[in-house]
Structures are given as C-alpha cells and as structure tokens.
Ligand binder design. Structure first.
Ligand code: SDX
Length: 393
C-alpha cells in the first residue's frame, strides 16, 4: 500500500513491472500522467511540456521548457542518406510500414546512441526519436502522394512543423491554422502514454534485453499497427464508411453482438477501462469544435458516429459488458477534418506515443535492478513421448 494507491494483491500478481509514469483506474475512468489529470494537461499544456513531464517526472520551468524545445528542434532533420531508403519503398507502401522500417534503421545512422548503458546517450536517443519521428511520418505521407519530402523548419512549433512538412510543397507554402495546431497538440497529449498497453509492453520487453532504443521503438510501432490497438482509429473510419447511413446502424450493432460474426464495433471497448475512456470524452468535445469551425469538415461521419454511440450505449449487450467509446472512436474524424488521410491515422498515434515509449524505456534502463523480461506460459501441449521413426508413422 503506497498510501495514495492501495494495490489489489490480485492485480499485483499480474503486474508486469513497476512504473511511476502513468496511472489508470479503469473502473473510475481516471488517467494521470505523473499524477496530473489528463483533462488538465490536454487543455492547459503544450505537447513538448507533457513530453518533458513524462520523461523527467516533473513539469518544466519556463527555461527548462525553452531548452528542451531547442534540443528537440535541433534533432528534427534526418540523415540525408535516409532519403534513399525512403525512395526504396513501393509507392503505395502503408505509412506504418515505412515508419516501422525507417525508425528501426536509425540505429544504423546514430551508432553512439545505441550505447544503452550510457545515460547521456540514452537521453540523446530519446530526444532524437521524439524529434525525428514527425519528420519520418511526414516523409512517409509525401512518399505515398508522390511529393518531395519537406525539411523541418526550426522557426515552427512541434505540431505546426509537422503540419508544414505534411502539407507544404516546394511550390506552395502552408501556414497551419491555429485551430488545427491546437487540435493536434491536444490529440498528441491524449495519445502520449497509457501505462502498459501492448505496444509499450513490447518496447519494454525488447529493451530489457539491452536492444537499442531505435529497434525497440520500431517494435512498438509494429505492435501499435494492429487493429485491436492503435490501428483502431483507421478501422473506425473504415467502419463508419461501411455502415454508411444511420439507418444501417441497428444491423451493424447486431453484427457486433453476433459471436459468429468477426465484425466488432471499432473504437469501442478497452482492456482496462470499464467506464468511459477519459480521453474519448475530451476528444468528443474537440470533435464538435473542429467540425463547427473547420470549413468543409466531414460532419456526416461525425453525426453517424454520435448516433452509433447513442444506440450502442443504450444496448444491453454493450451496457452489460461495459463497452464504451475509447480514444480511437473520434480521433480519426478530427484527423480527417485536418486533411490527414486514413492511412496516416495510426502514424499519428505512433508519433504521439513515441514520447510514452521512450519515457518507459528510459525509466526501465535507468533502473540498476532491470533484468531481461521473461514472461512464462501455461503449457497445454502433449506430455513427454518418444520419437517414432518415419517408417512407422
Ligand atoms: C487502444 O491498452 C491500451 O491502453 C490501449 C490504448 C492505448 O492508449 O494504448 O488505450 C489504445 O488500443 C484502444 C482500443 C482500440 N481497439 C478497438 O477499438 C478495437 C475494438 N475493440 C475490441 O477489439 C476490444 O474491445 C479490445 C481489443 C479493445 C478489448 O478486447 P477484450 O479484452 O476482449 O475486451 P473485453 O474482455 O472487455 O470483452 C468483453 C466482451 C467480450 O464478449 P463476451 O466474451 O463477454 O461475450 O465484450 C466483447 C468481447 O467479445 N467486446 C466487443 C467489443 N469489445 C469487446 N464486442 C463488440 N465490439 C467490440 N468492440
């Protein structure tokens, strides 16, 4: 019992590690980053301010934040040879495939950063990943649309720099609207960390062997890509397009309840939250604001999402199983409104979650008691038996 939190022995028996970064109460729908409630951070802090908090466990002073922003900005460019690597991908490669491959290849360029036992280089690696993932993400998009890669600009804030790399071209400049930058800042904060989710556990397990941080984060990106995890935001938009019209909602609700039907209501349910995902509540409000203020935003999809949510939340199947909208249910609609294509939605999730991944990796690697992770299993195979020669099989 650590005073503030009383641990359930059953929970502790299954806990995979100790961590001081993020606290979730799934029953109460509580999410704290280093003790600060997510709704306060999402509406009051900048993404790099939250990144500093997750990395260094305290909110930065004004000078500390300026220094941190400067360090991140100076690492945003990529080694020029990486452009050749990017050019090698098939033109229609999924941006998550490009992100996974290029992030993993950073260990081939920043050799000194893979000395995981040197605290200085651990910190440099963390800064390099937070700084370069947006540049790689935007480059993956440019590769997909056949446009030249745009270099980062040191005069732009983190989110604005990413939007500029996404939508500017050598022929046309792009000045991100303040609302778009604010919406992105909030979405990045909401997606920054979430305790021991599948992708963060992947990064920690890979890192526990002493593997370099670029390879560990590439493993996290691969895990996040799955539709049951970070790939859900892209799957939600596919689902909404598949449903098409409010009149079809009851049919798809029935499909989601049918055990024999593989269809699940994407963006609903959670391994931990058996209450409303606090992030979904915040994103829902931002969705309303963005769609009201962004010209031509896709509000029919949002109206359909609201109707789907209303019907599901009154259906006993979902109520009994405590299935509520999660962080992925609305985020894709906002990304769409910002002009970000569906195949980039999970890349946006990975861009934000890189901060959580590197924070957990730094926490684990700075612990002298850290040992290689080695999950066990419940064996359900055959008992011991003797070899049978092939002539007798
Ligand atoms: C993220 O871990 C994290 O923290 C992840 C994340 C993060 O920030 O890192 O929060 C991000 O990954 C959010 C989740 C995104 N995924 C989706 O939206 C995909 C759709 N959701 C489902 O695939 C599912 O809800 C999971 C994968 C999220 C959870 O699966 P579980 O653990 O099987 O859910 P459960 O144990 O609560 O299920 C209880 C029942 C089961 O039915 P019964 O066996 O009781 O009859 O509810 C059913 C499930 O089949 N169920 C669903 C459902 N989710 C669960 N039925 C229909 N539609 C759904 N979406």
């Amino acid at each position: 019992d650590a005073g503030f939190f009383t641990y359930d022995p059953g929970f502790m028996a299954t806990a995979s590690c100790h961590s001081a970064i993020t606290y979730i109460d799934g029953e109460q729908g509580v999410l704290l980053y280093r003790g600060y409630p997510i709704d306060q951070l999402a509406t009051k802090a900048s993404f790099l301010e939250v990144a500093y908090l997750l990395l260094y466990s305290e909110l930065p002073s004004e000078q500390e934040l300026l220094d941190f922003e400067r360090v991140i900005t100076t690492h945003t460019m990529l080694n020029e040879n990486l452009k050749n690597f990017l050019d090698g991908f098939h033109y229609d490669a999924h941006p998550m495939a490009i992100l996974c491959g290029v992030v993993g290849s950073l260990s081939a360029f920043y050799h000194e950063s893979i000395d995981v036992h040197d605290p200085h280089y651990r910190e440099v690696s963390a800064h390099r990943l937070i700084a370069k993932v947006p540049t790689i993400a935007a480059a993956a998009y440019k590769h997909n649309v056949g446009e030249p890669i745009m270099y980062p600009r040191n005069d732009l804030r983190y989110g604005a720099n990413f939007l500029h790399m996404m939508f500017a071209t050598p022929c046309t400049d792009y000045e991100p609207e303040l609302l778009a930058e604010k919406a992105l800042n909030l979405l990045f904060i909401l997606h920054a960390d979430h305790e021991q989710n599948a992708s963060t556990s992947t990064v920690r397990l890979a890192g526990s062997s002493g593997a370099n941080p670029f390879a560990c984060v590439a493993a996290g990106i691969a895990s996040l890509w799955g539709p049951a995890h970070g790939g859900a935001n892209e799957a939600v938009l596919d689902m909404l397009h598949q449903i098409g019209d409010v009149s079809n909602v009851p049919k798809y609700i029935d499909k989601a309840k049918d055990k024999d039907d593989p269809f699940r209501l994407m963006g609903f349910g959670h391994r931990v939250y058996k209450n409303y995902d606090p992030r979904a509540k915040i994103i829902r409000e931002v969705c309303h604001q963005v769609l009201e203020e962004m010209p031509g935003a896709n509000s029919p999809l949002f109206d359909l999402a609201l109707k789907l949510e209303e019907i599901a939340l009154h259906d006993e199947y979902f109520v009994e199983r405590k299935l509520y909208p999660n962080v992925d249910f609305y985020s894709g609609i906002i990304y769409s409104a910002l002009g970000i294509p569906r195949n980039m939605f999970t890349v946006m999730f990975a861009l934000a979650r890189t901060v959580g991944w590197v924070s957990h990796w730094m926490e684990m690697m700075s612990d002298p008691a850290n040992r290689i992770g080695r999950p066990r299993q419940i064996y359900c195979g055959p008992q011991q038996r003797d070899y049978v020669p092939i002539s007798k099989r």
